[in-house]
Design a protein around this ligand. Sequence first.
Ligand SMILES: N[C@@H](CCC(=O)N[C@@H](CSS)C(=O)NCC(=O)O)C(=O)O
Length: 350
Amino acid sequence: MAGAALRVAGRQLSQHRGAGAPVLLRQVSAAGAGPGPRSRCCDPGGTWGPWARGRLPVLHGEGGGTSGEAGSRTPPGLRGLEGSASGSSGAACRPGSPLFEPKSCTYTYLLGDREAREAVLIDPVLETAPRDAKLVQELGLRLLYAVNTHCHADHVTGSGLLRSLLPGCRSVISRRSGAQADVHIEDGQAIRFGRFALEIRASPGHTPGCVTFVLNDHSMAFTGDALLIRGCGRTDFQQGCAKTLYRSVHEKIFTLPGDCLIYPAHDYHGEGFLEEVAHSVHCGGGADFEPSLTLSCEEFVKVMDNLNLPKPKQIGEQLGTWTPGSEGGGAGGLDSWSEGGGAGGLDSWV
Ligand SMILES: N[C@@H](CCC(=O)N[C@@H](CSS)C(=O)NCC(=O)O)C(=O)O
């Protein structure tokens, strides 16, 4: 077991726990960094989830149960949010938010080993890469890898910029993504930082190359767009496949231990940060994430095939980084990605 994961709010390393735990850093985001439009959600209010309402932006779980300490956890909705790091209003800020990019509603995660000072950053965004690089430096960490859960269509990854800003940092993405990177990963492999590792679980469906990163003690999982908060990745382009996504989520994510915390790439609905996801999965059969995932696979596919979502706002920017030769051109290019390297022109992307 890697020990208890430590959440850190703002820009301070916590002293609450020993050095034997990886640091999961969460930064309180700026006021106004609210959620994007709701595309589908079973909570018509569009407000904070009950676990977040009225709370201040603080470090989740600090002083309360943290991952790796099964049995000491606070139930969903009651998780301790003591020790507020800010006096901001809960209504304006995302409670206990990790690193957040408001335009694409993307969560970036920084994990580090405090002893070895080695870190990995998951799903960085181009616009917020300078913020993340500064944070890594301030914390005295050495960023080994900027890893991507998949080829994003809604924003440009920050991994390329981070390689420049933090020499020694290597970009990572799955081989099946077809994108270029310093390191290509595959199901069953692991990315090491200090005494810890992120295990790679292929979780295709949103795209063929999607992966979920699971901390080696299985206390945390970073699901990318396979499983979101009150949602899951769309499957209507980038060679998406609803049936494949259903299988991935059920076989690779819902099978994680009941106390595993799930960290998704987006929260479009402002539900706040939903911890204890696997716990909720066990209680609600997945309904706390995406209710349609509790349906049969056949019914889920029907729902996904009839979402009629607009294309992501930034799909043009993302495609604009492609070099000629990548398929299609224009937004339509994403529809024709090929599994074996259709997104080959991503030199500027990773
Ligand atoms: N309004 C947002 C929607 C972006 C979007 O389509 N997001 C994808 C993941 S990134 S390709 C998705 O799967 N969304 C699921 C959903 O239910 O919305 C924007 O325009 O950026």
